[in-house]
Design a protein around this ligand. Structure first.
Ligand code: TMP
Ligand code: MG
Length: 305
């Protein structure tokens, strides 16, 4: 048998293992490479796996019924916890800075100070609003935030197999936790790195804690959390999920990494961004995808075919 024929048989057999990867809305620059990573990770077993995922527009949907779904910041923006004037200002900020965030024609170095500017202005405004801690749960309940379809299986399966899930978000930790708590999936294997609110003794927002995490400094955020990655030293295989190119740095703190499979959700401006996403993520999911593909990968790696 010629080596080419062997290769074709091998590929067909592998794709039979994860048929979800053959869908038209799954783009891969190098299918062979994806197979090799999956093979290697599968051989090592699920006790060597850790999952690192972004939150906004990765674990949550980008749109629903033609309407944009809210990010953590947008959840507050749409709530009664802030004034109409502040809502308008946050919306203006979003319209100014979001196009910059996703503009691939600008280098990251140029975008970085502008992202710091966006987050700083937004957080200052939220602090001025004197938001109450006990208003957050209601803001989330009233919001249109939606975890992607298949989220129950994603969170429950990782929990069942004791696979650590790090949610690494430039959103707001308190809001993000509330979203997953209300969805009943905030299991003990979930750890969150994000921007957390600091409330005074009467429960009023007075600042944000620690170093600011924005969309393009997740590398620094990862390196500040060495303790977490040290604990997971025995798990050198990583499944990374993100929707921004800045999310690719979330695994920079992982120690002695062996394999990484990067799954990217391309939500917006598909034509312009297709190439850069295909060059950076191993698997690119388009069309406001569900979590079907990550779930199939996890099933494959945990031996639950
Ligand atoms: P993520 O790291 O969980 O994706 O969260 C970051 C997202 O938050 C990013 O896509 C931009 C978004 N964002 C808003 O929607 N409104 C804001 O005011 C700010 C500062 C960020
Ligand atoms: Mg995101």
């Amino acid at each position: 048998m010629s080596p080419n024929r062997v290769h074709v048989l091998y590929s067909t057999r592998r794709y039979f293992s994860i048929p979800e990867l053959s869908s038209e809305s799954v783009w891969m620059k190098d299918r062979q490479r994806v197979e090799e990573i999956l093979q290697s990770m599968s051989k090592d077993g699920s006790n060597t796996l850790q999952v690192i995922s972004d939150f906004d527009l990765t674990l949550t949907r980008f749109s629903y019924n033609g309407k944009r779904c809210p990010t953590c910041h947008n959840i507050l923006e749409g709530s009664n916890a802030i004034s109409n004037e502040a809502r308008q200002t946050l919306d203006d900020l979003l319209h100014t800075y979001y196009p910059i965030e996703i503009d691939i024609s600008r280098p990251v170095e140029e975008k970085l100070p502008l992202m710091v500017e966006w987050w700083t202005k937004a957080h200052e405004l939220l602090v001025q609003q004197r938001i109450k801690k006990d208003e957050l749960a209601e803001a989330v309940r009233q919001s249109e935030a939606r975890l992607r379809e298949g989220y129950e299986c994603f969170f429950d399966c990782l929990h069942e197999h004791a696979i650590p899930l790090l949610i690494f978000s430039a959103g707001i930790g308190d809001i993000l936790e509330e979203v997953i708590r209300q969805a009943n999936v905030f299991h003990p294997n979930v750890k969150v790195i994000s921007n957390y609110m600091d409330f005074d003794e009467s429960g009023i927002l007075r600042a944000f804690k620690g170093e600011l995490i924005h969309i393009y400094n997740k590398r620094e955020g990862a390196l500040l959390n060495t303790g977490h990655f040290e604990e997971l030293r025995s798990r050198p295989n990583v499944l990374l999920m993100g929707d921004s190119l800045g999310d690719l740095d979330m695994a920079d703190g992982v120690q002695d990494m062996k394999n990484i499979l990067k799954i990217g959700f391309l939500n917006d401006k598909l034509k312009e961004r297709k190439q850069s996403y295909m060059d950076s993520y191993d698997v690119v999911l388009v069309g406001d995808a569900s979590l079907e593909v990550p779930n199939a990968v996890i099933r494959f790696l945990t031996g639950n075919k």
